[in-house]
Design a binder for this molecule. Structure first.
Ligand code: ADP
Ligand code: MG
Length: 871
């Protein structure tokens, strides 16, 4: 059977399903077993073993393995113990295990995110409409589609109303094509011409439909071309790219240094094997090989923290972008306000009556409420005496007001049946219905007063405008109502015809209280150098009143109208955009212009959206935020981040987290590089001056790959510092080493080298034994670095931050210290590491030296030498 070439009745018969009742739950689960999940196959998952294997594909590991082999051969010939090659292997394996665990964790975290934003589908099963996860759809399921949905599977349309679908993912054609279930297509019709079908992965741009699923998963057209619905592209952040670049650079430098050291060793006749091993170990120490994995894990952990705060990151790079957000454009209704509307005022134009809504309003007001209710889709139900609002809160507030006056929606619908409708859209800002009232066809239109007023030819429009202005000033959301009588209902409804020549009837005004947390979030934005901007379809006066209340609109800021926006050229808009805090009566197309205008100033812009038309603006914004509750699939698909609670404060929270994550990455990078520099310098200087190395290969490897890596990861888990939102946003693309950070790392590395060499010399000179010197160097270097991790936690004094407030770091430090202690204090292990026991005062001296970095850093923090840039 070719579904697009058959009538839908045949298709339904083929799939043994009734279009009204759908499949039964049992039938659906049987079919699910038969056809499998409605999912595109992803690339094969790597097993842990495979991942483990991949760790060995690293250049550094290969160098180490070769070194181990050479060391093993030499040990064999010389009849020495096999401790060194064994230790190298141990380090390699440990490192690989850490790598696998980290990658696995990061992947899991990102998978969990994908699941959170997995698409849903509305199906009819057992006669009831329900929402299920799109992957459990089966052939034969009856689905219903609305504007903004992604089509969850290939389906044959049964009935549709002004349905359009955008199929560029399959056909390359970006203009949405009209669909019609009644039509038949040739069996040979190309995808784009099959107008009675909708295809998985395409989106519904307008209209509604009911359709029967004909294929799922890999059997869909999308599955056939095996393209992922939502190819995420590059999931690495700009910083990760830069770090990878830097890693290569450091790698080359490291190799250069090693060659030099090797040559010095040869020239001075040192043991070739020993010098070779040191050179290898040094190369390994210098290359920050753990960095990429650690950065990924810090990002993943941060993203998980964000989920707990109601922000789902869909594209990993957004985490970093969030940290430099400088403008947050937000919808008003539902995001800055609670979207819990209560109708409080109504105005009848003919009698110029204005009343508060009560349970006994005057007859003229009751009539107004009746008309407005008939022209609403929302309903209010009562469960155990509790009000349950279903649908658009704007409409349910009207329905509720009518109910209070004894007019229930159900009764009204029965008495004055609806014949036709033109649904609300935020571009037109109107909604119309045709109802039979007293035997006549009455068109009722409700919507924005400024739009509606122009379409009225009768009624007291002037009084309406005046009162609308007055009520808007009190932050009320105003809806105007008008009507007209028509003889016959046209077959094709157009706004032109239906929504013109009206008689103005009156106004209703509703309160939508601001979200209490929004005011606080706005204040946080201001401190953080971020400009909050309100964008709304509502009336400019209403919007301005609420924006003032929230602190978004300050004295001197502008609130402008969509019509003004239309009159401006892009250049004019760019010039004005910094002073505008409120955009009212905008349509979704305007959002994209606002984003571009800000970007013209170099701003990093976050923009919210929920509708199909918002998708381009969400894509254009640096951080597109889709509404999790009211948002359409299309808006979510175009977004970088989904707000699960549709809340403005969540965006600000996410920025807070984004800044914290960037800081943590910076701390980790700084720590790893600083310690690496310390190791390289120590050996390099000693080789130049004394032609002796204070550290042997195993020491370097152990410190670098074992005792340093745990604290580095732990640094990435630092709680976000309290003052991150008191800084200006970080400029886009700013170098991580800017503002003297690179110099500081260099200085810190130099300090490690100086301390280590000092310890080495003191012990070597006082005992005359280089092994004692090495023991001292090992302790000083290893311990000082672990302690230094605490320095890196904050640019504020450790005592202000609280020394032990990062439990991960406490644990990591404890483990690292234990490992160091075992090596230094257990005689057999000490010997195996070619170290020796030291007199007690030496240990005390070593600890003293290891504490020097804390003192130095605390002092420089106190004198403000270490300070956050742009404050
Ligand atoms: P926002 O969500 O930013 O407040 P909308 O686009 O939802 O903006 O609404 C814009 C205007 O359209 C509102 O100010 C109101 O006048 C009108 N409006 C909103 N909802 C409806 C509706 N359900 N029916 C008719 N008109 C509406
Ligand atoms: Mg709205």
């Amino acid at each position: 059977m070719i579904p697009h070439n058959c009538s839908y009745d045949e298709v339904l018969k083929q799939f043994q399903v009734n279009s009204d009742s759908g499949l039964s739950a049992e039938d659906a689960s049987n079919r699910l077993a038969q056809y499998g999940l409605n999912k595109l196959e992803e690339g094969k998952r790597k097993s842990n073993l495979q991942r483990f294997g991949e760790q060995f594909a690293d250049v550094m590991i290969i160098i180490l393995l070769i070194a181990a082999a050479i060391s093993f051969t030499v040990a064999w010939y010389e009849g020495k113990g096999f401790f060194e090659p064994f230790l190298i292997l141990l380090v390699v394996v440990l490192n690989a295990i850490i790598g696998v665990v980290q990658e696995g964790k990061a992947e899991k975290a990102l998978d969990a995110l994908k699941d959170l934003s997995a698409p849903h589908a509305r199906v009819i099963r057992d006669g009831k409409e329900m929402v299920i996860e799109a992957f459990s759809l089966v052939p034969g399921d009856i689905i219903s589609l609305n504007a903004g949905d992604y089509v969850p599977a290939d389906a044959r349309i049964i009935r549709s109303a002004s349905l359009k679908s955008e199929e560029s993912a399959l056909t390359g054609e970006s203009v949405p094509s009209e669909k019609d279930g009644e039509a038949l297509s040739d069996a040979s019709a190309s995808l784009g011409d099959r107008i009675n079908m909708v295809y998985s992965g395409c989106s519904i741009t307008s209209g509604t439909a009911r359709a029967v699923v004909v294929s799922t998963g890999m059997n869909t057209e999308m599955g056939k071309i095996a393209r992922l619905l939502d190819a995420e592209g590059d999931t690495r952040t700009p910083l990760q790219h830069k770090l990878a670049e830097m890693g290569k650079y450091i790698g080359f430098m490291a190799v250069g240094i090693c060659v030099i050291i090797f040559i010095i060793g040869l020239v001075y006749g040192m043991n070739v094997m020993e010098i070779f091993m040191i050179a290898v170990a040094l190369a390994v120490s210098a290359i920050p090989e753990g960095l990429p994995a650690i950065v990924t894990i810090v990002l993943a952990v941060g993203v998980q923290r964000m989920v707990k705060k109601n922000a789902i990151i869909r594209k990993l790079p957004a985490v970093e972008t969030l940290g430099s957000a400088s403008v947050i454009c937000s919808d008003k209704t539902g995001t800055l306000t609670q979207n819990q509307m209560t109708l409080v005022k109504a105005f009848d134009a003919a009698s110029e009556t204005i009343e508060d809504i009560s349970t006994a309003n005057s007859p003229v007001i009751k009539k107004l409420l009746k008309y407005a209710t008939l022209c609403s889709d929302g309903t209010v139900e009562f469960e155990d005496g509790r009000e349950c609002h279903i649908g658009d809160p704007t409409e349910t507030s009207i329905v509720m007001a009518a109910y209070k006056n004894g007019l229930t929606k159900a009764d009204l619908n029965r008495l004055y049946p609806r014949q036709a409708e033109l649904p609300f859209d935020s571009e037109r800002k109107l909604m119309s219905t045709v109802n039979i009232i007293d035997g006549k066809n009455i068109v009722i239109v409700k919507g924005a007063i400024d739009v509606l007023a122009g379409r009225c030819i009768a009624g007291n429009v002037e009084a309406g405008r005046k009162h609308a202005e007055e009520l808007s000033r009190q932050a009320l959301r105003i809806l105007a109502v008008a009507w007209k009588e028509i003889d016959t209902i046209p077959a094709i409804l157009t706004s032109e015809e239906l929504e013109n020549g009206l008689t103005f009837m009156g106004l209703v005004g509703m309160i939508d209280p601001p979200r209490p947390e929004a005011r606080e979030a706005v204040a946080v934005c201001r401190k953080a150098g971020i400009k909050p901007v309100m964008i709304t379809g509502d009336h400019v006066v209403t919007a301005a009143a609420i924006a003032k209340d929230l602190g978004i609109l300050l004295d001197g800021d502008d609130a402008i109208n969509g019509t003004e926006l239309l009159d401006m050229t892009d250049a004019e808009l760019k010039a004005r955009v910094p002073s505008v805090s409120v955009y009212a009566r905008v349509s979704p197309e305007d959002k994209i212009r606002i984003v571009r205008a800000w970007q013209g100033h170099g701003a990093v812009v976050s923009m919210t959206g929920d509708g199909v038309n918002d998708a381009p603006a969400l894509k254009a914004a640096d951080i597109g935020c889709a509404m999790g509750i009211t948002g359409t699939d299309v808006a979510k698909g175009a977004s970088d981040m989904i707000l699960t609670d549709d809340n403005f404060a969540t965006i600000v929270d996410a920025v807070h987290q984004g800044r914290g994550i960037y800081d943590n990455i910076k701390k980790t990078v700084g720590f790893l590089l600083g310690t690496n520099i310390g190791e390289v310098l120590t050996v390099f200087v000693a080789m130049l001056v004394w032609q002796a190395s204070p550290l042997l290969a195993v020491h370097l490897l152990w410190i670098n790959l074992v005792t340093d890596s745990l604290p580095a990861i732990a640094l990435g888990m630092e709680p976000v510092e309290k003052d991150v939102m008191e800084r200006k946003p970080r400029p886009k693309g700013e170098n991580i080493f800017a503002h003297g950070y690179g110099i500081r790392i260099l200085l810190q590395g130099t300090m490690f080298a100086m301390l280590t060499l000092t310890g080495f010399l003191i012990a070597w000179q006082s005992t005359g034994d280089i092994t004692s010197g090495r023991t001292m160097a090992f302790i000083v270097l290893a311990v000082s670095q672990v302690i230094h991790a605490f320095n890196m936690r904050s640019d504020h004094s450790l005592f202000a931050t609280g020394i032990f407030t990062n439990p991960y770091l406490n644990g990591a430090a404890l483990i690292s210290f234990s490992l160091i202690s075992i090596i230094v204090l257990v005689p057999s292990v000490t010997n195996a590491f070619s170290l020796t026991q030291l007199p007690v005062p030496m240990y005390i001296l070593a600890l003293g030296l290891a504490l020097v970095p804390v003192v130095v850093l605390e002092l420089s923090k106190a004198f403000g030498l270490v300070r956050h840039q742009h404050q």
